[in-house]
Design a protein around this ligand. Structure first.
Ligand code: ADP
Ligand code: MG
Length: 352
């Protein structure tokens, strides 16, 4: 059999999934009640299971893309979701259907929308909420990494270049989010207000690392970048930690760290890790938060802490709202002897 380097295990794709793909008409089981979002090759619709009244998010994935059969990519996405089935931070796969054009994944519904909405809103979340959401994100990422999976698409850089060119002539120095935004569209919330728990979605670009050598190429890449991706260097789990750094930056400042007036300037900012921590937006941000971000936004992937190491950064624990469930604690305890020095103090252990 011909080994296609563009798909299959050599490209980090999983080839088998357990969830049966039903060809029964979905319409008899679900009622579709509107659109939740869309990406390049997918539309996500809200739907209600008629028998139970339960709400799901139906992700319609096109089987053919650019004239190519992409069934393998869909199977891969399902297999990754199955690998993470027991993780509360990853959206659950309930069922799958097949129509003439699509494979439809019935996913656990995350009612709070994208965490991105909190990055760009006028009112930022309090740091105590942000640390809770980042801890949860790290739990999910840690779990994926333990299975040798990298998400690679925790945030998306959407660059609408035509817009940006016309725009930059008139507003040469504005940092407009309309023409270039880094948006963590793949981290959702179970509830918007008060912010619920996070759910990681969209494993279309996720890849399995290891065994077959270095992974350098990502197919159908949207315009998202960590320096190692720009420089065509091997991809590792550290790429996801870069994204966690970007997302944290956005949640605490409400701004995008590398956005430039055009695509080239943005790419340059990323590859030089051009971050200004002295700007106005950081005036109300705690020193520990800055320290956390600084440690993640470093050029060399090996110098970034792992997800488990991040979990013991003192910033994540100083403003703890409530005692953490055992699952979080155990991830933290496994990460002893980290780059952060002494492990963070337990909130419950505080004397006063
Ligand atoms: P794509 O691969 O095309 O980027 P995603 O899986 O990211 O597709 O879904 C696109 C958008 O649909 C998401 O950014 C989000 O706004 C919405 N969405 C996806 N999954 C869910 C879900 N389980 N619950 C609620 N909304 C969802
Ligand atoms: Mg997406």
């Amino acid at each position: 059999r011909r080994l296609d380097s563009r798909s299959g295990p050599a490209a980090g794709l999983l080839c088998e999934c357990q969830t049966p793909i039903s060809t029964e008409p979905m319409e008899s089981v679900y009622e579709f009640t509107g659109e939740l979002g869309r990406g390049k090759f997918a539309v996500v619709k809200r739907c209600v299971e008629k028998a139970t009244g339960k709400v799901f998010a139906a992700k319609f994935l096109r089987k053919r893309r650019r004239g190519r059969d992409c069934r393998a990519e869909v199977i891969h996405e399902m297999a990754v979701l199955e690998t993470a089935r027991n993780n509360a931070r990853v959206v659950n796969l309930h069922a799958a259907y097949e129509t003439d054009h699509d494979i439809v994944l019935m996913l656990e519904y995350a009612a709070g929308g994208e965490i991105f909405d909190h990055c760009m809103s006028e009112e930022l979340l309090p740091e105590a909420q942000i640390t809770r959401l980042i801890r949860q994100t790290l739990e999910g990422v840690h779990h994926l990494h333990q299975s040798s999976l990298v998400h690679l698409d925790l945030k998306v850089c959407t660059l609408t270049l035509t817009h940006s060119l016309t725009h930059s002539h008139t507003h040469a120095h504005t940092h407009s989010h309309t023409h270039c935004s880094w948006s963590p569209q793949n981290i959702l919330l179970t509830c918007l207000s008060p912010p619920g728990d996070i759910k990681i979605v969209d494993f279309g670009l996720a890849r399995r690392l290891g065994a077959v050598g270095e992974l350098r190429e990502i197919l159908g890449t949207p315009e998202y970048v960590a320096p190692e991706i720009l420089n065509y260097e091997p991809i590792t789990t550290a790429t996801d930690l870069w994204s966690v750094g970007v997302i944290t930056y956005m949640l605490v400042t409400g701004e995008s760290p590398f956005v430039g007036d055009d695509k080239q300037e943005t790419y340059l900012n990323v590859s030089q890790v051009n971050v200004d921590y002295s700007m106005e937006a950081f005036s109300r941000v705690s020193e520990l938060a800055v320290d956390f971000i600084r440690k993640l936004l470093v050029k060399t992937p090996e110098d970034r802490p792992t997800a488990a190491e991040c979990m013991s950064h003192p910033w994540l624990w100083q403003l703890c709202l409530s005692p953490e469930p055992a699952s979080t604690r155990s991830v933290r305890e496994r990460s002893c002897g980290t780059k952060w020095g002494a492990p963070a103090e337990d909130p419950e252990d505080k004397e006063n």
